[in-house]
Design a protein around this ligand. Structure first.
Ligand code: B12
Length: 480
């Protein structure tokens, strides 16, 4: 039996906030290993025993402080993380990666290597999948795991020869050994539910503060928006959907074992003022993390009808595309307990929507928003700016469109072209030296547009000020 610690490195803490939910990627790997006789735990280094989440605008403002952590690799926070990992006495440590946390993984993994060279370390998740040369950057990490981590990690901790495991990149005499991708897990209904109990680094009396109500019902996304990592992280052609029956079973499991264990929702995604701003009393809220929960209309209707029929009484939120909605879906959502639909509108300019291959027009998106309003389903609107070639006039179209849809919450981003996306490759080909920028800059609350110098500061500020509309939401639920 191997002892494995799966780590979500600090990110929001460096921005002056924190993140208290369970990360599903590593939680799935942990339960897969635990079912097979190993001892795998989750360590969320972004957790804080604190209930004040800062506002999104503040995240933008804290960028300079954030950068300081990477200049001081001896900062007390890095030592705290290292010490918590070592106190677990792991045989293996695995880190979940996205582009912005690669620098954090580098700092932590180097400290672990110097403290105890016998601990084997691996990295997986979206950036590891997109960057096949990651081990050249992360010199203290032994293995990089591509795409779904369950099978490759199990083979690693069973001490199979890493140079022969599909989905694992390792080091050889002549450079990196890449065994290609592991076969996709076809039947995701049969995966064990993600780990929700073995939480390391948190005192027992605080475990109730962890939001474990995230559920993944789809692996992959069939769309190809150029700024999004999903088309390459997952294989668009093998998008897999869990059956409604299996999703309901996990909801019931959550309700039975976890829902009454918490006093209030500390939801990590609740980057709002404080717990009083949350009106969700005495429970958590299921978060369906799928890229597009509504991707298959027939399935989503069946699932919603089952939620209603079984009278689950659980509130939930999901991510969707406006052009998937129809009146029936919206009405079923309202009846089935939908507290929020998160919609990536991205832009109010059809020129930009076309450029990024959103495959949706603003007229279609407006229709979707109208249907949600008619059915009384609250929705959050996600917008982006800073696309290459985007002008002040385009951003103004976005601002006008945003006001027109009257969303319950506005989440505003400035584009970060993630490594390995189509947009990243286009920009590199057009002479943007993105590879010279530190990895930690690639997240969408870094305030300065990375690849656009056409948008004026004044218009950018007007765009960011859309967040002021959030205080006026009818329901007062803010960001959930
Ligand atoms: C839910 C979600 C969030 C939630 C929760 C995040 C969390 N830590 O759990 C919130 C809203 C907080 C969030 C925030 C951010 N997110 Co987010 N998020 C997602 C989303 C929609 C689903 C993630 C998920 O749970 N998937 C389900 C699980 C089962 O899949 P998985 O995580 O990919 O895990 C599998 C494999 O990747 C792999 N794996 C994952 N981790 C590991 C670790 C090891 C050791 C191994 C071996 C394998 C492995 O095995 C897993 C099981 O098969 C994804 C898009 C997507 N569909 O993946 C974006 C996504 C991961 N997010 C993204 C980004 C950019 C962010 C932010 C940086 C945004 C920002 N502020 O700028 C922050 C980062 C904060 C953070 N600490 O994570 C990008 C990452 C792209 C990139 N290259 O960087 C994604 C891919 C969105 C996109 N389409 O571009 N996010």
């Amino acid at each position: 039996m191997a002892k494995i610690l799966l780590v979500n490195p600090p990110f929001y803490r460096l921005l002056g906030s924190h993140y208290n939910a369970n990360s599903l990627g590593i939680a799935y790997i942990a339960s897969y290993l635990n079912k097979r006789g190993h001892d795998a735990w989750l360590y969320n280094a972004d957790y804080l025993s604190d209930n004040s989440y800062i506002k999104v605008k503040k995240l933008f403002q804290n960028f300079n402080n954030y950068k300081e952590y990477f200049k001081n690799t001896d900062h007390v926070l890095w030592h705290e993380v290292k010490d918590k990992i070592l106190s677990f006495k792991p045989d293996w440590v695995g880190y979940t990666s996205y582009t912005a946390n690669i620098s954090a993984i580098k700092i932590i993994s180097e400290k672990i290597r110097s403290a105890n060279p016998n601990i084997r370390q691996f990295v997986g998740g979206v950036h590891a999948t997109l960057d096949k040369n990651l081990l050249k950057t992360l010199t203290s990490i032994d293995y990089s795991v591509l795409r779904e981590g369950e099978e490759p990690v199990y083979a690693l901790v069973e001490n199979k020869d890493p140079t022969k495991i599909p989905g694992v990149i390792s080091r050889g005499k002549n450079g990196l050994i890449d065994n290609g991708l592991a076969p996709v897990i076809k039947d995701i209904d049969n995966l064990p539910f993600p780990e929700r109990d073995k939480l390391w680094g948190i005192p027992d009396n605080e475990k109730k503060n962890v939001d474990v109500s995230y559920i993944c019902t789809i692996r992959g996304c069939p769309y190809k928006c150029t700024y999004c990592a999903s088309p390459f992280h997952w294989d668009r052609k093998t998008t897999r959907l869990r059956s409604p029956e299996s999703v309901i079973e996990e909801m019931k499991h959550l309700k039975e074992h976890y829902w009454h264990a918490t006093k209030y929702d500390y939801s990590a995604s609740a980057n709002i003022g404080d717990k009083e701003s949350l009106k969700i009393a005495d429970n958590t809220l299921v978060y369906f993390v799928d890229d597009v929960f509504t991707v298959n209309k027939k399935r989503v209707k069946k699932l919603l009808k089952m939620m209603i029929k079984q009278n689950l009484g659980m509130k939930w939120k999901c991510e969707a595309r406006a052009d998937h909605l129809d009146d029936e879906i919206c009405e079923l959502m309202a009846e089935a307990g939908c507290e929020r639909v998160k919609i990536g509108f991205e832009s109010g300019s059809n020129k930009i929507l076309k450029q990024v291959q959103k495959l949706e027009t603003k007229e279609e998106m407006l229709k979707g928003a109208e249907m949600l309003k008619k059915a009384g389903v609250p929705f959050s609107a996600y917008f982006m700016t800073g696309f290459p070639g985007e002008t002040d006039a385009d951003v103004r179209e976005t601002i006008d469109f945003a006001k027109k849809i009257e969303a319950d919450y506005y989440s505003l981003s400035v584009l970060a072209p993630y490594y390995g996306t189509e947009l990243y490759d286009q920009l590199m080909a057009n002479g943007h030296a993105l590879d010279k920028q530190p990895w930690e800059y690639f997240f969408h609350q870094s305030p300065k547009p990375m690849v656009n110098d056409k948008i004026s500061t004044k218009v950018l500020q007007e765009y960011l000020s859309l967040s002021e509309l959030n205080n006026k939401t009818k329901k007062g639920l803010g960001y959930i």
